[in-house]
Every structure is written in structure tokens, then in C-alpha cells.
Design a protein around this ligand. Structure first.
Ligand code: BTN
Length: 240
């Protein structure tokens, strides 16, 4: 595993996208500052000194279509271990990482094909040490950092190394083998949810996860599957 440390880049995902052909499988890149960090669904991802941004390059991973679920699981496991199992770390489907009911980490997986090879870029932004006031000032009341939510100080480089290793480990496993663990962490299951697409919003009951990672919901017309693509899922009344 190789790690590249940058002072500044627009986005660590973009960096790997443009350099993936000359980089080895399992390369991680991190930066002190991201000037144009990207979030899911075309949103931007704010930079701050307490946030650890990095991306891991995976060449031809097992089942690339649902890699983000396994990345989410890898982040949960690592954070829980780092916090000495005093806290449980959950997933708001599909892959927002939740600690003490706040989003503590976001994940954006992107892929680029080069000939026969599918390069998958797993972008991870962990909120390590921003203050509660920072999130309120930034208009992000549902987000928090490991420090603001638990009082624990985690070492950036140790976390970077441990999450990257765990992502690589999980990326080699078929989703089937991670399925029960992933499912047990999904906080929306058994709750009323709001499914938000660009201009539409629909309420349903989140019943289960399918074997390919879709959220299985029920409404008055019966069961239907929600694909993680361009959708955000929230609680009926609030964030979760
Ligand atoms: C989200 O929850 O919307 C996903 C956020 C992903 C942010 C990380 S930070 C490192 C990597 N580089 C980016 O531009 N985005 C991801």
C-alpha cells in the first residue's frame, strides 16, 4: 500500500482519476487542503483543517457496483476500534457514517474505465476534530466530528492508514460475505423514511436491504427497491 501526501489539490478523488493509469492498485492519496471537494449527488464537500480527506484507488475490485457499502463498513469498523468500542458507529443508507446520531464521515465512490481495467476511486472525508460551533456556522447541524461527539482525539495518520487497509481488505470480499454486518449497521431499517430524488419526495417504510445493496421499502402500493444512485434517504421527521 502506497500513500501520497499532497499540500493542496482540488479533490483527492479527481487526483486519482487523472493519475490512475500511472499509479498502482491500492494507492491512497490525502491532502492538507481540498479546494473543490465533491460530495454525493453533485454537492460540494466543505474543507476544514479538522477534516481528513483521502481517496483509495482500487483496480478491478470484486463487485464494483456496490463497493461503497463495503467502504462504509470498513470505516465503521475502524472508527469503532479507534474509539475502543465505547461507541457504536452506524450507516445511514447507503453510506453516510453516523456517530451519536450525527454524520461523521461521507463517502463518494467513482469509477473510470481504462481499457480492460475498471479503476474505482473510494473518496472518504472523516470529520476528526471540528468543533460543534464550526458545524452550526457552516449550516451543517446534522454533522459532527469524532472530537465534538465523543471528546476523543484520534490521530490523523493512524486513522488514514487503518481505514485504507480495512477498505482494501473489504474490497476483496464478495458483498455476500459482508452483507449481514453491513445490514446490522444500517440505522434506517425498521423506520419510516423520506426518499428524496432531485424534485420528488416520497415516504415509505424501510424494511430490508437486498443482496445487491438496494434499500427495500414498502408503501401503500407494496414493496419496491431503492437504488443508491441519485437518492438521499432521511427519517420521516428529521435527519435519521
Ligand atoms: C458525501 O457524503 O456527500 C460524500 C463526501 C465525500 C467527501 C470525500 S473527501 C475526500 C474525497 N474527495 C472528494 O472530493 N470527495 C471525497
Amino acid at each position: 500500500m502506497k500513500t501520497i501526501f499532497l499540500d493542496e489539490t482540488d479533490s483527492t478523488n479527481n487526483y486519482l482519476k487523472s493519475h490512475c493509469n500511472e499509479l498502482c492498485d491500492q494507492t491512497t492519496v490525502t491532502a492538507q487542503r481540498q479546494t473543490a471537494g465533491k460530495g454525493r449527488m453533485g454537492h460540494s464537500w466543505a474543507d476544514s483543517s479538522g477534516m481528513l480527506p483521502f481517496s483509495v484507488l482500487l483496480k478491478d475490485p470484486v463487485e464494483p457496483q456496490n463497493i461503497s457499502a463495503r467502504v462504509g463498513l470498513a470505516v465503521c469498523e475502524t472508527l469503532e476500534n479507534a474509539l475502543l468500542r465505547k461507541f457504536s458507529v452506524k450507516i445511514k443508507w447507503p453510506n453516510d457514517i453516523i456517530l451519536e446520531n450525527h454524520k461523521v464521515c461521507g463517502i463518494l465512490c467513482e469509477s473510470v474505465r481504462f481499457g480492460e481495467c475498471l479503476n474505482v476511486i473510494c473518496g472518504i472525508g472523516v470529520n476528526i476534530s471540528q468543533s460543534e460551533d464550526y458545524f452550526i456556522g457552516a449550516g451543517l447541524p446534522n454533522a459532527g466530528s469524532v472530537l465534538s461527539l465523543t471528546g476523543e482525539v484520534l490521530d490523523r495518520s493512524t486513522l488514514l492508514e487503518e481505514i485504507s487497509e480495512r477498505v482494501i481488505f473489504r474490497s476483496k470480499m464478495p458483498f455476500k460475505e459482508c452483507f449481514e454486518e453491513y445490514k446490522s449497521r444500517v440505522i434506517n431499517l425498521g423506520r419510516e423514511v423520506k426518499i428524496i430524488r432531485k424534485n420528488t419526495e416520497k415516504t415509505a417504510f424501510a424494511e430490508d436491504i437486498s443482496e445487491n445493496g438496494c434499500l427495500i421499502c414498502r408503501d401503500e402500493n407494496g414493496l419496491f427497491e431503492v437504488n443508491s444512485g441519485e437518492v438521499s434517504v432521511r427519517g420521516k421527521e428529521g435527519y435519521i
